[in-house]
Design a protein around this ligand. Structure first.
Ligand code: SER
Length: 876
């Protein structure tokens, strides 16, 4: 039997024999394409090559691409063929071969290499594509009755994302036999039943579709094919479901064994979904996407929560999906080594996510059951958007999950109302990434075309003699820019580094022969064109003029120091924390550096210190830094670190620092680590789940930090009148002194109040043998009043106390009565109830003690006077 891994090998070998270059899968998180959350097809990494916006290094390629699609999420597990993650086998032509060869290759691979029975293969073509029909029929020899013409919905593909290449397509189907069919006489490809399974899609790329949906012919035609590896495996292994193919089956067996369930009946969809989702999550998280509340993170959260819901049906109570990661790694790790090194981190994040959701899952399901019961009672078939939102907000139920669960019971969800509820929540702080300025976008696209492939001289030079290739004022491409104008300059070659790989763009000057000067404030890349952003400081600058492009040397050298430090930092982090540490993003400019990496918990102070020490030791070892271009396969063999989500060409640049660090990197670096000077970590934090961030400084950043600390220290020294070394001791002394002064004040206050007590008691009115001690105070707290009242009650056996005080802008009242007074009818609670409203408050209490607060201390005298009156009324 052909195993899945044999299919991978045979496909690549076949197309290599047809002069295709084998290109590695790009990341599941597409780089440079904000319109796509995930890589959805093999062609995604080749989009610029189809669009003709970059020069071609090769015109034929083949790949096995990691893909993730969630459009059919609710079907995954329930059907025999749906996945979110899958591997797509593909062959591509960029202006090279077209329909004839593409069709012939597909036929040859299917029937000669895989030996699929010719009479069970059906094909479809786009409704009016006679050319494709004739190639299949006349050149290949597929009988006309097995060629189906289908409309746009089935046989027109693309673009991936908002814009890109697209065109009519032709698909290959395998007839799985009448036993799986619907039995209708006209059943054929395109029918919804399971009999004819599509396994290969050949897209004839002819058009470019822009973001408005307009299609224009591409400068060159192309071929983009895609064949789902899992589906192909069901055919060659002669099984019904992708979950029975040899690799996925291993995961199915793992789940059944560990959860002790049989693969039968209702368990089948649940086990399938868990298997599929664990695989998706492992791959996507390895590529740097983590569960979160928005964007791709939310997609992952939905997938995981769906898996947990199915897990619950299988009796799973504890986190489990994370335990499947090692099994996924065991199966796929040899072909995708990146999942091996990330496994530890992926497991940690998953386990935490699972635990958190399992805490609310039961409660959410109970709530949902209540909703179902209510719906059945009132005969409504729809869960309101409000309820769905509540489930989402309180129990973390993604709306799609609620909807799927509702569907199982024959209900639906008012998704429109749900979206409206979400929108309300989102309103604040909502930001759209889409650039509003279309003129600017198109001016940049125009510039990119003219200057396609700027030569970068900045690894070796800081100043380059060049010619102006194009100018723009940001609205259109123009021939000249006058003094004072803001604009954009493209040169044929430049020493200016354009922002990429986290390194910020260079600044400097472009000087013209006649003395005109363009100040460069930033440099950015548009495709492969370097665009200098800035303004004309002097004279008028023109197209086609010779210039000298000079970067700001000091700034660049500081950037180099920071960039090289991030490489040492990554190597040091791996040494201290482990091999799962991988760069997830970085930023360096002249002042500081920031490095994000995968790790599951906050670093300890000791770990931070050790990392800093290692980096500094490597700086002071003066390691030689070198950069070398090599083929990607060769580079990977050297163990060089590649970045998450980064897409690399066939030839990559590898930067080495002694034997300590080796990374794929296009940035500029010091030639010797000694030139980084010194490295200091300023902060360690978390930018998101499963990730940590280090912010640090080198060179000038350290000097700046030193200066700012120094000025703080001198200000402290002056303020506390102490030499630097004594400042801390002096502050400690002052703090202790402050504390004891506070105590003194408190004591004095109490003594002062108490000293007046005897006079108060002596002067107090007496009614029916009860002394009424009524008094107001300034600055006594409620506690002070209580202490004072206790003292009075101890001193005078039969007494009533009515106190009020103003403290911190508020009024406090206290009424207390001794036991003998209460026996004679005194009631503190009744009194306070009457007088609290006078100071704008309320309160109550027992007969012997009642306290209240109020907003208006100016009325406290009235309150006390009224208290006396009320009391007299009670007692009489
Ligand atoms: N892009 C096409 C697809 O995804 C063929 O690769 O089906």
């Amino acid at each position: 039997m052909l195993l899945v891994k044999d299919l991978r090998d045979s496909y690549i070998e076949f197309f290599k024999s047809k002069q295709h270059r084998h290109i590695h899968s790009s990341s599941l998180v597409p780089k440079d394409d904000p319109t796509l959350l995930f890589t959805t097809a093999g062609m995604v990494q080749f989009k610029p090559m189809f669009a003709g916006t970059i020069p071609l290094e090769y015109t034929r390629a083949t790949s096995i691409q990691k893909c993730l699609r969630t459009s059919d999420l609710e079907n995954v597990g329930r059907t025999k063929r749906h996945c979110t993650f899958f591997e797509m086998l593909g062959n591509f032509s960029f202006g090279d071969y077209f329909k004839k060869e593409a069709i012939e290759y597909a036929w040859e691979y299917s029937t000669v290499v895989l030996r699929l029975p010719k009479d069970r293969i059906w094909v479809s073509v786009f409704e009016n594509d006679d050319e494709a029909f004739n190639i299949w029929n006349k050149t290949v020899g597929v009988p006309a009755e097995r060629i189906v013409r289908l409309g746009k919905a089935d046989n027109f593909w693309g673009p991936a994302g908002d814009s890109g290449a697209c065109g009519p397509c032709s698909e290959l189907y395998i007839d799985k036999g009448p036993q799986l069919g619907c039995g209708k006489p006209d059943c054929k490809p395109g029918c919804d039943c399971e009999r004819y399974m599509e396994y290969w899609n050949i897209v004839f790329n002819q058009y470019f579709q822009d973001t408005d949906g307009r299609q224009t012919p591409l400068p060159q035609t192309g071929i983009d094919t895609g064949m789902g590896l899992e589906r192909l495996a069901t055919i060659v292994q002669d099984v019904e479901s992708i979950f029975q193919t040899n690799e996925l089956k291993q995961l199915v067996d793992f789940v059944c064994r560990e959860l002790n369930v049989k693969y039968e009946g209702n368990n089948i969809p649940a086990v399938n979904a868990m298997v599929e989702h664990a695989r998706s999550l492992t791959f996507a998280m390895t590529d740097g996407a983590y569960p979160s509340n928005e964007g791709r993170g939310y997609v992952l959260r939905r997938i995981l929560r769906r898996a947990l819901r199915f897990g619950r049906m299988l009796g799973m109570k504890e986190p489990f999906v994370y335990r499947m990661v090692d099994e996924v790694v065991a199966i796929y790790g040899s072909y995708y080594p990146e999942i091996v090194s990330s496994a530890k981190n992926v497991k940690n994040v998953l386990e935490g996510e699972e635990r958190r959701f399992l805490e609310t899952l039961e409660k959410g399901i109970d709530r949902l059951d209540e909703i179902f019961a209510a719906l059945s009672k009132n005969g409504s078939g729809k869960i309101s958007g409000h309820d769905a939102f509540l489930l989402y907000d309180t129990y973390g139920f993604p709306a799609e999950m609620t909807s799927e669960m509702a569907m199982e019971k024959g209900f639906s969800v008012d998704m429109e109302e749900f979206s409206a509820e979400m929108e309300k929540q989102r309103e604040r702080g909502k930001q759209s990434w889409k650039g509003a300025d279309n003129a600017f976008e198109s001016a940049m696209t125009e510039l990119a075309k003219i200057g396609s492939g700027t030569v970068f001289t900045g690894y070796a030079e800081t100043e380059t003699a060049a010619t102006v290739a194009a100018l723009s004022d940001g609205r259109q491409v123009i021939d000249a820019l006058k003094e004072g104008m803001k604009g954009y300059v493209v040169l044929d070659k430049t020493a200016f580094y354009a922002e990429s790989g986290g390194q910020s763009g260079d600044t400097g000057e472009i000087v013209f022969g006649d003395g005109a000067v363009f100040v460069v404030e930033d440099t950015k890349k548009s495709s492969k064109t370097f665009v200098h952003h800035g303004y004309v400081k002097k004279g008028t600058i023109r197209k086609n003029e010779p210039v000298s492009a000079r970067i700001d040397i000091v700034r660049r050298s500081l950037i180099k120091g920071n960039h090289s430090a991030t490489h040492l930092l990554q190597a040091a982090l791996r040494q201290v924390l482990g091999d799962h540490v991988k760069q997830a993003g970085s930023f360096v400019d002249a002042d500081r550096l920031r490095f994000d990496f995968s790790h599951f918990e906050a670093m300890s102070v000791e770990q931070i210190d050790r990392v800093e020490q290692i980096v500094n030791t490597k700086i002071w070892e003066n390691l030689a830094v070198s950069a070398k271009e090599m083929k990607i396969e060769e580079a990977l063999k050297t163990g060089a670190m590649a970045e998450f989500g980064e897409k690399y060409g066939e030839v990559v640049r590898v930067v080495s620092m002694g034997e300590f660090s080796r990374e794929f990197c296009g940035g500029t670096h010091v030639d010797n680590t000694g030139k980084i000077g010194v490295f200091k970590i300023l902060k360690e934090s978390s930018p998101g789940a499963g990730m940590r961030r280090i912010e640090g400084v080198t060179l000038k950043g350290v000097a700046d930090r030193y200066s700012s600390l120094e000025s703080i220290v001198s200000a402290l020294a002056a303020e506390f009148n102490a030499p630097e070394k004594d400042i801390v001791a002096r502050i400690k002394d002052l703090a202790a002194e402050n504390k004891s002064l506070q105590k003194e004040i408190q004591k004095a206050k109490s003594a002062n109040l108490a000293s007046n007590l005897d006079t108060m008691i002596a002067e107090a009115e007496e009614i029916a043998g009860i002394k009424i001690i009524a008094q107001t105070f300034d600055g006594a707290s409620a506690d002070d009043l209580r202490v004072l009242a206790d003292t009075v009650r101890n001193k005078v056996q039969s007494s009533v106390v009515i106190f009020a005080s103003s403290c911190d802008g508020k009024a406090s009242l206290l009424v207390a009565a001794t036991r003998p007074a209460v026996d004679k009818g005194a009631d503190a609670g009744a009194v306070i109830k009457k007088i609290a409203p006078i100071v704008g408050g309320g309160g109550g209490g027992r007969k012997d003690l009642a306290q209240a607060g109020g907003k208006d201390p100016s009325k406290m005298k009235d309150a006390v006077a009224e208290g006396v009156t009320v009391f007299k009324g009670i007692i009489k």
